[in-house]
Design a protein around this ligand. Structure first.
Ligand code: RAM
Length: 344
């Protein structure tokens, strides 16, 4: 009897020790408890790539609705310029403030890793949305749509817009952005398909998610490649700036433009014929889902492991995929026919 009791005690002790040692690396230290209630009063902070970008204003407001629903404390902080290390000081401050959940879109996959892992050691849960970090520095990534789906739709739209033939260029965001770089790599693969053999990608320019720089880079593309037929800009800042340049130039209606834009920023350029079609997901839903995922992590309902499920309010139940990824859904295509039914 005594020997059996000692054995049980030793086994329990062993489990506890190994669980707490895995916690020191910043990884989940306890098993998920699907029955755990969402804690009230969680501090959930959004740290976007940049704060003065309408896309992130919409996404983070979606996050705020979810934080309100779970009776948490919402805040949004972040740099006004999207640059690799500009987010580090904000993470350090959030960590010092004992923030329960940091939801962030990374300007660079590695530059903020150290700061995020420090915050996790100080017990914050880290959720990336929109643009991931290296997966070792976060608990979950909320992916807006599959990278392959995002690449496919943009190549399809530019091909349709230029009639399947001619030189095209990409106008991206910052050179290190995880999301844009993943999409660009997959667009290059997509362009190898036989149906796109008439398209020739000549260059990729970087507007740094800065309106003026994106405008000037568009001008530069047309100066360098006077026979350019189309531009893909997989950034809401870039595609709006490129549309503004084209719409006021001799290239309006002649050089095609597509990419990822918000309907409110692109509406006038669709109506004046500069742009036929573009795509995006619902940024408000992305922020909303990220906040629910963060609350479920901080409440111990989930740990970030594949197969775990959590409820995300009006978006319903979501399941964590391999690599700690939660998918929002497919992107939407916007054209003159449907654009007026969207307001974001
Ligand atoms: C910009 C940002 C963001 C991206 C969208 C499409 O607002 O670069 O990361 O997801 O565009």
């Amino acid at each position: 009897m005594l020997a059996a009791a000692l054995l049980v005690a030793a086994a329990c002790g062993g489990t506890t020790r190994s669980e707490s040692s895995s916690g020191s690396s910043g990884s989940p230290s306890a098993a998920a408890n699907p029955q755990a209630a969402i804690k009230e009063g969680l501090s959930i902070a959004f740290l976007p790539k940049q704060v003065n970008n309408p896309y992130f204003t919409v996404a983070d407001n979606g996050g705020k609705s979810a934080v309100d629903e779970v009776k948490g404390k919402y805040k949004e902080v972040g740099p006004s310029e999207a640059s690799a290390s500009s987010q580090v000081s904000y993470i350090n401050t959030l960590s010092q403030q004992q923030t329960d959940v940091i939801v962030t879109s990374a300007n660079d996959p590695n530059a903020i890793c150290g700061a995020l892992n420090q915050a996790r050691k100080a017990s914050a849960k880290v959720v990336t949305y929109d643009s991931d970090t290296n997966p070792t520095c976060r608990d979950l990534f909320i992916n807006q749509a599959t990278a392959a789906g995002i690449a496919e739709v943009q190549v399809k739209l530019i091909s349709e817009a230029v009639g399947g033939k001619g030189k095209i260029a990409i106008l991206s965001a910052t050179p290190n952005a995880t999301n844009q770089n993943a999409w660009i790599a997959l667009m290059k693969n997509e362009l190898k398909k036989p149906e796109y053999s008439g398209l020739q990608l000549v260059t990729t320019a970087y507007g740094n998610d800065d309106d003026q720089k994106s405008f000037t880079e568009t001008q530069g593309l047309l100066r360098s490649y006077p026979d350019l037929k189309g531009i893909i800009s997989p950034t809401t800042v870039g595609v709006a700036a490129a549309a503004r340049y084209l719409s006021g130039s001799q290239y309006k209606g002649k050089v095609a433009l597509t990419g990822l834009g918000t309907p409110n920023q692109m509406r006038s350029y669709v109506k004046d014929g500069t742009v036929k079609a573009f795509a995006l997901w619902n940024p408000a839903d992305l922020g909303y889902l990220a906040a629910y995922a963060g609350a479920a992590l901080a409440s111990g309902q989930i740990t970030g492991a594949k197969g775990e499920k959590f409820k995300a309010g009006k978006l319903g139940e979501r399941t964590i995929e391999a690599g700690g990824v939660v998918l929002l859904g497919p992107p939407t295509e916007f054209t003159a026919e449907n654009i007026d039914t969207f307001n974001f």
